[in-house]
Structure formats: C-alpha cells, structure tokens
Design a protein around this ligand. Sequence first.
Ligand code: CMP
Length: 136
Amino acid sequence: MSNIEQTLSIIKPDAMERNLDGEIKLMFEKDGFKIVKGKKIKLAKSEAEEFYKVHETKPFYNDLCEYLSSSPIMVMILEKENAVLANRKLMGATNPKDAEEGTIREKFGISIDKNSVHGSDSVDNAKIEISFFFKN
Ligand code: CMP
C-alpha cells in the first residue's frame, strides 16, 4: 500500500552561504522527492525561537536560534513515499562526522550546528513545521 507523505526541509545558512542549495535540491530530486513548494526567506530570531521551541530547554537553544536567523534559508515541502524517514536517511546523522557516506550532511555539513539541512523528525512534526512556513 502506498504511503505518500510530506515533510519539511530547510537548507540552513551554512549551505546557502556556500551556494549549495541547487546541488542539495538535485540530491532530493534524484532520490525521488518532489519539491512541492519552496521559498527563500530570512527569519527573525523570534521566529527561529518559535520554530525550534521543542529545544527550548537545551543548552544549545540560543545559539541554534541565532544561527538559523543569521542569514537566508530555503524552506521546502518535500513529498515522496515515507518522506519523513526517507529524508532523514538522505540527510544523515545530526552530527556530520557521524553521517553515512553519500548523505547530505556527510557531503556538506561542517559541524553539529552547521549541519546544512533540517528535516522533520516525525509525521506529526512535519505537519506542524509545514504549516509554520506555508500558511494557506
Ligand atoms: P536540526 O535537525 O535542525 O534540529 C536541531 C538542531 O540543533 C540540530 O539540527 C543541530 O544542528 C543543532 N544542535 C546543536 N547542538 C546539538 C546537540 N548537542 N544535539 C542535537 N542537535 C544539536
């Protein structure tokens, strides 16, 4: 039975600053994802704080929100069979030094903070994150 899902992807400032967005989008498309919607935006720090609210008790929360709002990002809705899991697999581990070969973070990630991409971690969070950026 087919299970087409949507997930939210963000190309983070470190990748945008190195003009890697085209190459990363191509990796999604080659992996069978359809980019349903996409836009380049710059978040205010308060918006980054709202987006990453689940991490608000973590020691890295402030730096994370500073970073995500430091320069433009690309936000996209990706669609594919089991998209949430498939995107997490294509991104690789959160820390690029642990990411499997051929994954986006292994190829482009610089550090655990500058790890080039964000992807929703569950179907429920994908719905929340998509509606955060794409309000109809
Ligand atoms: P992301 O998938 O965008 O979700 C939260 C981000 O916090 C994560 O990627 C990392 O870039 C960042 N981060 C910084 N430090 C840590 C840490 N110790 N553990 C997990 N994520 C971290």
